[in-house]
Design a protein around this ligand. Structure first.
Ligand SMILES: [Zn+2]
Length: 394
């Protein structure tokens, strides 16, 4: 097997059925590719938080700085009904220039290309002046409790430090070179409960309908825009996702009403300023809309995903140049989409994301153009060269 060929690398990885939380042989296959290149490869099993144990991998080439990290995951989502696939989901068959298999684009393909790129770079130039590491988790598509977050903590405790990171998730909407992700919006979820006084609809003076205040509060939350967006972020957006009284009777004024809502927010806000603004809007609505018996509470649900933005010219610039050199296109710098493991890495070093075209991820017949694998390998090879050249210059 020639590690410089991204197609062979990807076929070897897809043939390991590594549906979260199963390792499926995928990390062992990756280790077999990295060890001959000179990497020191370590496996780290994370456990706890009531979720299954997960195997992760950390591999480093070199001992000195500057230190470039490539991050990703070998776990994949389940294939669903394998009979619906035109090629078996773990066979990695190629037809008409397309390689089929679960994980082809999300994101064994990105890993296969990065390994091939490194092997080509080392073949041409020798080892980079500095260090390259791969931080690969088996828990990105699952609960995400025993993956990148714990792997980073584990590596940091052993003295690992990084200067920049590239995540190989599929970031291009339509064609290779469309988009680099340089940040993500934050996400906050709340539940508003308004309490009044239950009663007969014919005797409203003896009751206090919480929906009167709820209607005003929902209007206050959704009505006035929170902001107008920034150069790299769309406007902050709030969506109410449910409103409920649990009341099945038509002649009863309910005692309580609840509503849940989610906000995707940009870097004009922090978790604290956003919560304060929302509580202020709800409080005003409650004071003007309800009776003096109306009460409200707000609970914040789940883990808040913080907003982040990477402004690092050496990292985003060398990646953009590499993309332009190979595809002739100028990628858009974007912060769209859901959360990714970059949200953990940003606490350790600047991080950007660039990988394959995402159209078929998580779908039946997930597939990648063989030509794109070759192009992405060349983009990564150019990027590695440019990033280390710039790092040496400063
Ligand atoms: Zn992914």
């Amino acid at each position: 097997m020639s590690v410089t060929d991204p197609v062979e690398n990807l076929q070897a990885l897809i043939r390991c059925p590594s549906v979260t939380p199963e390792e499926g042989g995928a990390l062992t296959a990756l280790e077999a590719m990295l060890a001959p290149l000179g990497f020191a490869v370590e496996r780290m099993t994370a456990s706890g938080d009531g979720t299954p144990d997960v195997e992760n991998l950390y591999a480093r080439l070199g001992a000195d700085g500057p230190h470039l990290m490539f991050a990703g995951h070998t776990d994949v989502v389940p294939p669903g009904d394998a009979a619906s696939w035109s090629h078996p989901p773990f066979a990695a068959e190629i037809e008409n220039g397309l390689l089929y298999g679960r994980g082809a684009v999300d994101m064994k393909g990105g890993i296969a290309c990065f390994v091939a790129a490194l092997a080509r770079f080392i073949g041409d130039n020798g080892k980079p002046t500095g260090s390259v590491s791969l931080l690969i988790t088996g828990d990105e598509e699952g609960p995400g409790m025993n993956g990148t977050d714990k792997l980073l903590q584990w590596a940091k405790a052993r003295g690992e430090r990084w200067d920049a990171a590239l995540v190989g998730e599929p970031t291009n909407p339509d064609a290779l070179g469309d988009m680099i992700k340089v940040g993500r919006r934050g996400s906050l979820t709340g539940r508003l409960t308004v309490t009044g006084v239950q009663g007969h609809v014919a005797y409203p003076h003896l009751a206090d309908n919480p929906l009167r205040t709820m209607a005003g509060a929902l209007d206050a939350l959704m009505g006035k825009p929170l902001d107008e967006g920034t150069d790299l972020f769309p406007p902050t957006n709030l969506e109410v996702t449910s409103v409920d009284t649990g009341n099945s009777a038509t002649n009863v004024i309910p005692e309580k009403a609840t509503a849940t809502f989610n906000i995707r927010f940009n870097d004009l806000w922090t978790e604290e300023t956003l919560k304060a603004e929302l509580l202020d809007r709800i409080g005003r609505a409650a004071r003007t809309g309800g009776k003096n018996t109306t009460r409200f509470t707000v609970e914040w649900l789940g883990r808040v995903s913080p907003v982040f933005l990477t402004r690092d010219e050496q990292l985003a610039g060398s990646l953009s140049e590499a993309i332009a050199a190979v595809t002739g296109r100028t990628p858009q710098l974007s912060t769209t989409g859901g959360t990714s493991d970059a949200r953990f890495i940003k606490d350790y070093c600047p991080v950007v994301e660039f990988g394959l075209v995402g159209q078929t991820m998580h779908k039946v017949d997930e597939r990648v153009a063989v030509a794109d694998l070759e192009k992405l390998t060349e983009i990564y090879r150019h990027f590695i060269g440019r990033w280390f050249a710039l790092a040496a210059a400063c």
